[in-house]
Ligand binder design. Structure first.
Ligand code: ABN
Ligand code: CU
Length: 640
């Protein structure tokens, strides 16, 4: 760092999420400048993150100023508004109105829409036809309408609603789906446009009970399992900056993506080596397979249409997280632009994860064995019926692991047809859970030992038998440079061990090879909806599991900035058409992982968590096993 440059801790601080006073100052400045009309509703107030270039020049200049991005919707003019404010100076830096875009649902709109629908006479008549007298017992879920029902020129913000009945106040509402009763709501005018009653179906008889205090006898044969760290945790937490073993990184949080990781570095023999500039889940989409009227519209974009930061849970010690835990609180803005806190939004803890490495030398009679410990940073969201828990883990061998656990309650319809319906599973009497898929698009900004990287695809092929392979046993990895954006749109191929290596052509390890990290897929699946279907057009990123793009600070979200009601084509498919050069460039990798869900009775009434994810593993980044110097655990000194 040059004289006068920002210190590392100042660079981390400039990526920290906005504080409550900063949110207040930004909204006040936007209002004072007349850029937030009184009728406007605030969607989010988030840190306007400095670009990679701004962070780079800060190495020899003061840290970039903190800017807030105030995103609001003007429901009268049907426009999203964006105001960027220099927080310290209370100055508007830039602002824009975004025509032809539909803003996501705000927190207040979500609740107001529920109230509105419950009070609607047409909806109430539909409830009565289903034997439901009290609308207060009805759960109403506003769902993004996509490009159904509306022309592209129609600027109104529409949602449609699904509803479910709590027959008793503490019941699981998804046990009584009010199938066939749908409302179309104009969020801007906050008015019910239409109630469609396609005919009542008999409600399932069950209650879908899962709460401990309603289930009766619970198991009593588990003895306590305690996780204790009597000398405290081994990680350091300084504001939003985290250090553990050789790792350092900063945590961020925003209303749209939830938790974000910044500046993931590894200290290697005194040298701080960058690996990722940024990592976050950047879109979630759930295409459902039921072709029925309205059922065929279900395909939530939980990030772009709502925001998963605002869906983030407050975690509880001993419940969500076990052991010696540290939490970070999140601060977001409500629809009036006032800050509010989500206590314990992010959980940090260490975990013993079994073996790290071991060898027994039979002749010498020696055993060397090391336990694997990892640092886990996590947050959990509730998106209507589902929970998604996101875990980012840092390992002692240089691995970064990202795991999503999917749990919660499957989305249901009332069903009186065949026992073996083609598009779903009967999970309980009269209760149909449609087949569906959950896709997560992760955005990873690699900086493997420096800002300029390249990505190669590696897969293993059999060598044809012949003079160079006389025993027919040979096989070899094949590497192929993904040189441009169109060439870098790839699918997984687990049968050939396909993975992608991001490397730095300017830095070599002790063996003379470029240093790299590989993105290793785990279970994955293709999207089955037709390529011309609404959801596939709007979530064009589903066409491939891997995309690599040239870094552009304005290309942030894989289905576009405003996927709500989009007609499709924006985001990754559009950017990749530029076919920019990716060799030795500032890159962004986008990994799309699908969790395929053909529901089973065991998923009812609440799903045991399933997993989806990927790993980033060093490949020639180090000269040898970087976890060699992990000490044996106290009970396990080397044995001779
Ligand atoms: N999964 C769609 C959704 C998101 C948030 C709230 C309700 C429903
Ligand atoms: Cu599912």
């Amino acid at each position: 760092m040059a004289e006068g440059g920002a210190r590392a801790d100042e660079l981390v601080a400039c990526l920290a999420p906005l504080t409550g006073p900063e949110i207040e100052a930004a909204v006040a400045a936007a209002r004072a400048a007349g850029l937030l009309p009184p009728t406007s509703r605030v969607i989010s107030v988030s840190l306007a993150e400095p670009s990679r270039a701004a962070l780079r020049v800060a190495a020899d200049r003061p840290a970039p100023p903190r800017w807030a991005e105030v995103l609001a919707v003007d429901p009268v003019r049907h426009l999203p508004l964006e105001v960027v404010v220099d927080v310290a100076g209370a100055q508007v830096v830039r602002h824009r109105e975004i025509p032809q875009a539909h803003a996501p649902v705000t927190l207040s709109e979500y609740r107001d829409c529920q109230r509105l629908v419950r009070a609607d006479p047409g909806f109430r008549a539909g409830l009565l036809r289903r034997g439901v007298a009290d609308p207060a017992q009805v759960l109403v879920e506003p769902w993004g309408i996509g490009d159904f029902e509306q022309s592209a020129e129609d600027p109104r913000r529409l949602v449609w609603t699904l509803s479910f009945w709590r027959a008793e106040p503490l019941d699981n509402p998804y046990a009584k789906p009010l199938t066939g009763l749908y409302c179309l709501v104009d969020l801007d005018a906050m008015a019910v446009l239409r109630v469609d009653d396609l005919g009542a179906r008999a409600l399932p008889p069950g209650r879908g009970t899962y709460a401990a205090d309603q289930l009766g006898a619970l198991r009593t044969d588990l003895r306590p399992l305690e996780i204790r760290q009597p000398e405290g945790v081994s990680f350091g937490l300084d504001g939003w900056a985290i250090t553990w073993q050789r790792w350092s990184f900063a945590v961020g949080f925003n209303a749209r993506e939830g938790m974000v990781l910044h500046q993931v570095n590894y200290r290697d023999q005194g040298r701080v080596r960058p690996i990722l500039q940024r990592a976050a889940v950047s879109e979630i989409v759930i295409p459902y397979a039921d072709p029925g009227r309205y059922e065929g519209w279900r395909n939530a974009f939980d990030i772009g249409e709502y925001g998963i930061g605002i869906m983030t849970n407050s975690l509880r010690l001993g419940c969500d997280c076990l052991g010696e835990i540290r939490y970070l609180d999140a601060t977001l803005a409500d629809s009036d632009g006032r800050p509010y806190r989500i206590p314990n939004a992010i959980c940090l803890h260490e975990e013993d994860q079994g073996l790290l490495w071991k060898h027994v030398d039979g002749e010498l009679g020696t055993t060397e064995v090391r336990r694997r410990r990892r640092l886990v940073v996590s947050f959990v969201i509730t998106a209507g019926n589902y929970e998604y828990a996101f875990y980012w883990s840092f390992h002692q061998d240089g691995t970064i692991e990202c795991e999503v656990r999917l749990t919660g309650v499957v989305l249901t319809s009332a069903w009186s047809g065949a026992d073996d319906p083609p598009h779903g599973t009967v999970v309980a009497p009269g209760t149909l859970a449609a087949h569906h898929q959950h896709f997560f698009c992760f955005r990873l900004d690699p900086t493997v030992d420096g800002p300029r990287n390249r990505v190669e695809e590696v897969e293993t092929v059999a060598v044809p038998p012949g003079p160079t392979n006389p025993y027919g046993n040979a096989f070899a990895p094949r590497r192929r440079l993904l040189a441009t954006e169109l060439a870098a749109r790839r699918l997984c191929d687990p049968l050939h061990g396909r993975h992608w290596v991001v490397s730095n052509p300017h830095r070599r390890n002790a063996l003379g090879r470029p240093v790299g990290y590989r993105l290793v897929p785990q279970d994955n699946v293709v999207a089955f909806a037709d390529p011309q279907s609404s959801v596939r057009r709007r979530a064009g990123f589903l066409d491939h599991h891997l995309w690599v793009t040239a870094y552009d600070p304005d290309q942030r979200h894989p289905a576009g900035e405003f996927p709500a009601q989009s007609i499709g084509g924006d985001g990754l498919p559009r950017w990749a058409r530029a076919d920019r050069d990716l060799d030795d460039a500032e890159l962004v990798m986008w990994y799309v992982v699908g969790s395929h869900h053909i529901p089973r009775p065991e998923d009812w009434p609440v799903m045991p968590a399933t997993r989806a994810g990927f790993r980033l593993e060093p490949v020639g980044f180090f000269d040898a096993n970087p976890a060699l110097d992990v000490a044996p655990s106290p009970d396990c000194e080397s044995r001779r």
